[in-house]
Write a protein that binds this ligand. Structure first.
Ligand SMILES: [Zn+2]
Length: 122
């Protein structure tokens, strides 16, 4: 036999409303309604930390976490490191494209400036 009592529970994410507080006050009970999801992170030093989040969509869970023991950036994959000491910072194609375009743009801006200067002088 199922009780309908539990079905009234406020779903995770909307548990901050006044309704819940009121309900808790009425019953005098604190019920854990928000599901807790432990997520394990490993820092480059191998420290393991498992913060517990309220139920979150996969995309809402932080990809990295500051290691509480050494302060470095911990990742959700063991052995992966967010920090790549000695490596060039990762650049996207867009950033490479920007870099390629920059000298041309700079030249054009310079040419415009020279044109204006010539017009003003003549
Ligand atoms: Zn650490």
């Amino acid at each position: 036999m199922e009780s309908s009592y539990g079905l009234r529970a406020v779903r995770a994410g909307s548990a901050t409303g006044a309704g819940l507080a009121g309900w808790q006050a009425d019953t005098g009970r604190t019920v854990e309604i928000v599901r807790k999801v432990p997520v394990t992170y490993w820092c480059p030093q191998g420290h393991e930390t498992t913060p517990v989040f309220a139920e979150l969509a996969e995309t809402e869970i932080p990809k990295t976490w500051d290691c509480p023991r050494c302060g470095r950036t911990a990742c959700r994959e063991q052995g992966a490191t967010a920090e790549r000491p000695g490596d060039e910072p990762f650049k996207s194609h867009l950033e490479y494209a920007k870099e390629r375009r920059t000298p041309e743009e700079a030249e054009r801006v310079l040419q415009d400036a020279l044109d204006r200067l010539h017009r003003r002088r003549s």
